[in-house]
Ligand binder design. Structure first.
Ligand code: ADP
Ligand code: MG
Length: 565
C-alpha cells in the first residue's frame, strides 16, 4: 500500500469542501456525473477513431446505486478508467478548473463564492462524504487500483480487483446533524431530481435500480378485499440523453437553458441572452450560444481563451475552438455541433476548413443580429450588455485596419449630451438638426468632466447633440469610420468648428487684431506647449479653452503619448 499527501493547494480546496457551509451541496452529483461523462466520451472517441476498439452502444453507461443501510452512494461509469499514476496525478492534485478558481479567490474566507462560481470538480464529493473510494481500471489494462481518502491529510492507493474497465466512486455519506441531512442523497426521488436538474442532457444513459410497485396477483379474488401491492426493482434510465442543443426549442424552457449554461460554463448568473440556432444545407450544424451578463473573471487577462466548444455528432472534439468566434465576440460562450466534421481533425487543419469557416461566418452574423434585436427590443438589457462588453466591440472597429468597422458600427453606442444615456449613431443621425453638418463629439475622462468642458458650450447652444467619448478607444474607433451615413465626425475641440455666425466671426477678427500683442506675449510665455494662441467667439461662460488643429485630437495625442514607444 502506498500513502500520499495531498499537494498543498489541493489540501486547501479540500478543507474548504469539508467545512463547506454551501447550501448547494447537491452539485457534487453533477460534478461526478460530468466526470463519468468525460471518461465515457474519451472511450467513445477512441472507439470512433481507432479501428481496433469496437463498442456497442449498450457498453456505455453510468450507474448510480444507493445503499441505505451502508449509507453509501456509488457512481459507476464504463469509461476510459485511470491507471495508478493517473489516480495519483488526477485526484491528488487539484484539477484545472478548480485550481484556476482557487488561485484567484484564495483570499476568500468561507468559500461560498468559489463553489458558487466555478466548477469544483471531484473534491466536491467531500461536501457530503467523509470517506471516498475510487476504484478504477484503465481501458486495455488488466490491473485495477483503489484510491481511498478521508479528506484530511492524504490518500492511499492499493491494488484491487475490478472485473470491468471503468471507474467506481463510492461515497460514505457524512452523519446527519442538526442542520444537515445527508441521508436525502440516498433517496431515489432526490437522485432522480438531481439527475434531471443537472445532467439530463448527458448522452449516455444514467441508470438506477428503482423500486416500483404493482398490484399483487392473488388466486382467490375477493371483491371486497383491499388491493394488495408488491414491490419490485427495475432498471430505469433517469436522463433523457438528448443533448439540449439537439432538442426542439419549443420543448425547452428558459430554465433548461439557464441551468445548462451555468453548469457548463461555471457561471453563477443567468445569461443575458440565449442563441439557439441550426442550419441544414451546404453545411449543417446546431449551435447553442450564450451572452453572459458580465465578463468571465479572467476575460481581460491574457489567460483568457475565447472559443466555442466543437462537437461532431454529439461528441466533443475541441473544448475551445477559436476559429469559430472573432476576437470582438470572444465573450460569447457556447458550442457548435456539426455532423460534417471529421473526428480526427487537428487544430491546424481546422483553421483551413471550409465548413468551419462557413459556420463561423453564419454565427458571427447571427450573434450580431441577436444583439441588434436586443438593442431594439430590450434596451435596458442591451445597455447592461454594452456596459460589460463595449471595449472588445470598439477595439474590433479598428482592429485589422478597420476590416470589420461597418459590420460592428451599429452595435456601438456613446453617451449623449441630450439623451443623458448611451445612444447609437443611427439614433444620433435621426435627431440631427436641419442645419447641422457634423456628428459632434467631445473627449474627456468622465461624463461629468465633459459636461463642464468649455468647448461644448457653443455646440450645445446651437442645440446640437454631443457624443461623449470617455474611453481611450472611442476616438480611434470613430476615426477609422471616417463617416457614418455620409456625416463626418467633428470634435468640439477642433479649431475649425465654424459654428460662429458672421457677426461673431467679425468680432473675433477684431478681437484678434486688438489683442495681437497680448496673444503674442502669451504664446511666447507658453513656449512650445502651444502652437498658437487665438481670440475666439465660441466661448460663453468660460474664459479660455484648448483646441487642436489637424487630424489628431488632444485626447488621441494623450493616448498615443502614453503608449509604450
Ligand atoms: P475536471 O473534470 O475539471 O478535469 P475534476 O476534479 O472533476 O476536474 O477531475 C479531475 C480529473 O480526474 C479529471 O480531469 C479526470 O482526468 C480524472 N477523473 C475524475 N473522475 C474520473 C472518472 N470517473 N473516470 C476517469 N477519470 C476521472
Ligand atoms: Mg470534472
Amino acid at each position: 500500500m502506498a500513502t500520499y499527501e495531498f499537494k498543498s493547494e489541493s489540501k486547501r480546496l479540500l478543507d474548504l469542501m469539508i467545512h463547506s457551509i454551501y447550501t448547494h451541496k447537491e452539485i457534487f452529483m453533477r460534478e461526478l456525473i460530468s466526470n463519468a461523462n468525460d471518461a465515457l466520451d474519451k472511450l467513445y472517441y477512441l472507439s470512433l477513431t481507432d479501428e481496433n476498439v469496437t463498442f456497442q452502444k449498450d457498453d456505455f453507461y453510468i450507474r448510480i446505486t444507493a445503499d441505505k443501510d451502508a449509507r453509501t452512494l456509488t457512481i459507476e461509469d464504463r469509461g476510459i478508467g485511470m491507471t495508478q499514476e493517473e489516480l495519483e496525478e488526477n485526484l491528488g492534485t487539484i484539477a484545472k478548473s478548480g485550481s484556476f478558481a482557487f488561485k484567484n479567490e484564495a483570499e476568500q474566507k468561507d468559500g461560498v463564492d468559489i463553489i458558487g462560481q466555478f466548477g469544483v470538480g471531484f473534491y466536491s464529493a467531500f461536501m457530503v462524504a467523509d470517506q471516498v473510494t475510487v476504484k478504477s481500471r484503465k481501458f486495455g489494462s488488466e490491473d485495477a487500483f483503489q484510491w481511498y481518502s478521508e479528506g484530511a491529510e492524504g490518500y492511499e492507493i492499493t491494488p484491487c480487483t475490478l472485473d470491468h474497465f471503468g471507474t467506481i466512486i463510492t461515497l460514505k455519506l457524512k452523519e446527519n446533524n442538526d442542520e444537515e441531512n445527508y441521508d436525502e442523497f440516498l433517496n431515489e426521488y432526490t437522485i432522480r431530481n438531481l439527475v434531471k436538474k443537472y445532467s439530463d442532457y448527458i448522452k449516455y444513459p444514467i441508470k438506477m435500480l428503482v423500486t416500483k410497485q404493482k398490484l399483487k396477483e392473488t388466486e382467490n379474488k375477493d371483491k371486497d378485499a383491499e388491493p394488495e401491492y408488491e414491490t419490485y426493482q427495475e432498471d430505469e434510465t433517469l436522463n433523457s440523453m438528448v443533448p439540449i442543443w439537439r432538442r426542439n426549442k419549443s420543448e425547452l424552457t428558459e430554465e433548461d437553458y439557464n441551468n445548462f449554461y451555468k453548469e457548463k460554463f461555471f457561471d453563477f448568473e443567468d445569461p443575458l441572452r440565449v442563441i439557439h440556432t441550426s442550419a441544414d444545407g451546404a453545411v449543417s450544424y446546431q449551435a447553442l450560444m450564450f451572452i453572459p451578463a458580465r465578463p468571465p473573471f479572467d476575460y481581460y487577462t491574457k489567460e483568457f481563451k475565447r472559443g466555442l466548444s466543437l462537437y461532431t455528432n454529439g461528441v466533443m472534439i475541441m473544448d475551445k475552438c477559436e476559429d469559430l468566434l472573432p476576437d470582438y465576440f470572444g465573450f460569447v460562450r457556447g458550442l457548435v455541433d456539426s455532423a460534417d466534421l471529421s473526428l480526427n481533425i487537428s487544430r491546424e487543419i481546422l483553421q483551413h476548413d471550409r465548413q468551419l469557416k462557413t459556420i463561423a461566418a453564419h454565427l458571427k452574423k447571427k450573434i450580431k443580429n441577436e444583439l441588434l434585436a436586443m438593442q431594439k427590443n430590450e434596451r435596458e438589457k442591451y445597455e447592461k450588455f454594452y456596459e460589460a462588453f463595449k471595449r472588445p466591440l470598439k477595439f474590433g472597429m479598428y482592429d485589422n485596419y478597420g476590416a470589420e468597422k461597418d459590420f460592428l458600427v451599429d452595435l456601438i453606442m456613446f453617451y449623449s449630451s441630450t439623451e443623458k444615456k448611451p445612444v447609437t449613431l443611427k439614433e444620433y443621425i435621426e435627431r440631427m438638426k436641419e442645419d447641422q453638418t457634423y456628428i459632434y463629439y467631445a473627449c474627456g475622462e468622465t461624463i461629468e468632466q465633459i459636461d463642464h468642458l468649455p468647448q461644448t458650450e457653443m455646440v450645445k447652444e446651437k442645440g446640437y447633440e454631443i457624443l461623449y467619448f470617455v474611453e481611450d478607444v472611442d476616438e480611434f474607433a470613430i476615426k477609422i469610420l471616417n463617416k457614418y451615413m455620409e456625416k463626418e465626425f467633428k470634435s468640439v475641440s477642433a479649431a475649425d468648428l465654424n459654428l460662429e455666425d458672421e457677426t461673431a466671426k467679425a468680432a473675433e477678427a477684431i478681437a484678434q487684431e486688438q489683442n495681437k500683442d497680448l496673444l503674442e506675449a502669451m504664446k511666447t510665455a507658453l513656449g512650445d506647449k502651444v502652437v498658437n494662441v487665438k481670440a475666439t467667439s465660441r466661448l460663453k461662460s468660460h474664459p479660455v479653452c484648448i483646441s487642436s488643429e489637424g487630424e489628431i485630437s488632444l485626447e488621441m495625442e494623450k493616448t498615443l503619448n502614453a503608449m509604450p514607444q
